[in-house]
Design a protein around this ligand. Structure first.
Ligand SMILES: Nc1ncnc2c1ncn2[C@@H]1O[C@H](COP(=O)(O)OP(=O)(O)OP(=O)(O)O)[C@@H](O)[C@H]1O
Ligand SMILES: [Mg+2]
Length: 504
């Protein structure tokens, strides 16, 4: 079936896009910020909504407005990866159009969520390989050409999923439509798989050169992209036009939630402007502080670990300091002092919300203040000790065989997750109620209950725990490796201040 949708105006009449051809040959849209890419994608989605199933990976939450008019299901990306894979599978099974909105997630979470969702669609059973248009706006975020600030595994996961979509998706019915501001920032193999192009206004030479290469134009011809107006694109490809064809994208029915800023006259300035600005509003003090996304912990921790390894004598500053003769301590005395300093730090009620790197720095300073001699503990060892100590395990449990199994299992989770893992394991070994979301969140150094649930989902995906509920809806976490499980606990219970769950 041939369906040509109307994208707007070309010089000789309407600009049509052949949807069936598009499914086989994919589309790349590129243009600088404000050139009209998102508008173009919206036009394409609106015009084709009745003909083909659509999935939109939407970093800004701009496309959720399609749901009212066209019935797209809105999927919030803040879920566990297992949940996203499940939803993606069912989206294919039931052939429902959807918008995966990643608004509000930090960039690394956006990449992981998009990867999980795309992989879920890609891995759907063969009987559900119906055609789907998979639209990815800001594709350079998900398939970056070079590594950035995000962790290597998030980048690999997301790039792998985008590569699958563009290189191997066709047989599975997935047709990628990707848009990017900067062609030079998009992974080459992902861009190269599209056979249709819509090129909008492009300023930078490097992007222009990439565009010219992709389109098989010479660089001088590609200069035309510089002068394109907002909403004007050059179309080329089997689903669009056999020769480069300038087109003007038509109007859309739904609106983007964000739009370009418009100039507005400033209000007349009131007399008491300083009063207005400096007098706090009484509610201000009750409002929680907005926490910006924390800086990626890796580099800091690496640096700290590095510092803790460096030999003090090698440093010129240290060499200049008068050396204070330090008393020799027996291994036991030293251990006792280390433990005391650690306990001092962890007893501070605020310590639960500090990152391990910050605590570690504090720990190193206090060791110096107490003149505890010898090489300081490494950061991984410090994290481990913090995790064990936070789990609140008593001497008797600590000596048990189940606990030693729990400890060796915990070594397989990453450092930052050990605290949560051991807290759950301790509740299971001691048969205590399963900690609430709020309690788990605190052990992870966050206030977000959703993040706590994501962690449980993650452990479950790794196969280390099984989460189930009893008949009254209370949560139980079981550890198949040592045959223990927590008592049922209320997932929504508040976190009590002393950090222990109220016994039921
Ligand atoms: N063809 C068009 N007709 C009318 N308005 C348009 C057209 N194309 C874009 N616009 C308007 O221009 C503004 C910017 O467009 P859009 O958001 O699509 O840009 P973009 O290329 O996606 O930018 P960014 O890369 O920053 O997301 C929007 O307010 C949009 O409504
Ligand atoms: Mg946009």
């Amino acid at each position: 079936m041939q369906v040509g949708i109307d994208m707007g105006l070309a010089s000789g009449g309407p600009a049509t896009l052949d949807i069936e051809e598009l499914l086989a040959t994919r589309l790349l849209v590129q243009g600088n910020s404000g050139s009209g890419k998102s508008h173009l994608l919206r036009r394409l989605l609106e015009q084709s909504a009745q003909w083909v199933q659509q999935v939109i990976i939407d970093p800004e939450g701009d496309f959720v407005t399609l749901s009212e008019r066209f019935g797209h299901v809105v999927v919030d990306g803040e879920r566990t990866e297992a949940e996203l894979v499940g939803i993606a599978n069912r989206i294919r099974q039931h052939r429902v159009s959807c918008v995966l909105t990643l608004e509000g997630l930090d960039i690394e979470q956006q990449m992981r969520a998009a990867a999980a969702f795309l992989n879920g669609m890609f891995d759907a059973d063969r009987e559900y390989w119906y055609p789907v248009l998979v639209v990815v706006d800001e594709a350079q975020m998900f398939a970056p050409s070079v590594g950035g600030d995000v962790s290597e595994d998030a980048r690999k996961a997301s790039l792998g999923a985008m590569t699958n979509l563009m290189c191997r998706g066709r047989k599975r019915g997935l047709a990628g439509v990707i848009a990017t501001q900067r062609l030079a920032k998009l992974a080459k193999n992902v861009a190269a798989e599209a056979s249709n192009f819509l090129m909008g206004r492009t300023f930078l030479d490097i992007d222009m050169a990439r565009a010219a290469d992709l389109l098989g134009m010479d660089r001088r011809q590609a200069e035309m992209f510089r002068d394109l107006k907002r909403g004007n694109f050059v179309a080329l490809g089997p689903a669009l036009s056999r020769r480069p064809l300038p087109i003007q994208i038509g109007a859309v029915e739904t609106s983007a939630r964000s739009s370009s800023p418009k100039l507005m006259p400033l209000p007349d300035s009131p007399q008491d402007v300083e009063d207005l600005i400096f007098t706090p509003d009484p509610q201000e003090f009750q409002r929680p502080l907005v926490r910006r996304a924390p800086p990626a912990p890796r580099p800091t921790t690496d640096i700290l670990a590095e510092l803790s390894r460096s030999t003090p004598a090698a440093s010129p500053i240290q060499a200049a300091e008068p050396r204070v003769a330090q008393p020799e301590l027996s291994a036991e005395d030293r251990e006792e002092r280390l433990a005391a300093v650690l306990a001092e730090i962890l007893d501070d009620p605020g310590s639960g919300f500090r990152t391990d790197a910050v605590l570690y720095q504090e720990f190193l300073v206090r060791l110096r203040m107490r003149r505890v001699p010898g090489p300081p503990m490494s950061l991984p060892e410090f994290r481990r000790r913090v995790a064990i100590s936070r789990s609140g395990v008593d001497a008797e449990t600590a000596a048990s065989e189940n606990w030693s199994t729990a400890l060796s299992l915990s070594a397989s989770v990453t450092d930052d997750l050990q605290g949560v893992f051991l807290m759950l394991a301790k509740a299971a070994v001691c048969g205590e109620p399963c900690p609430s979301d709020a309690r788990i969140a605190r052990a992870y150094g966050t206030h977000s209950a959703r993040r706590a649930r994501r962690l449980l989902g993650y452990f479950e995906e790794q196969g280390s725990i099984v989460v189930h509920t009893d008949f009254s809806g209370k949560r139980i976490v079981a550890f198949p490796d040592f045959g223990c499980q927590t008592a049922p606990g209320d997932a929504n219970a508040p976190d009590d201040s002393d950090g222990q769950e109220a016994a039921e």
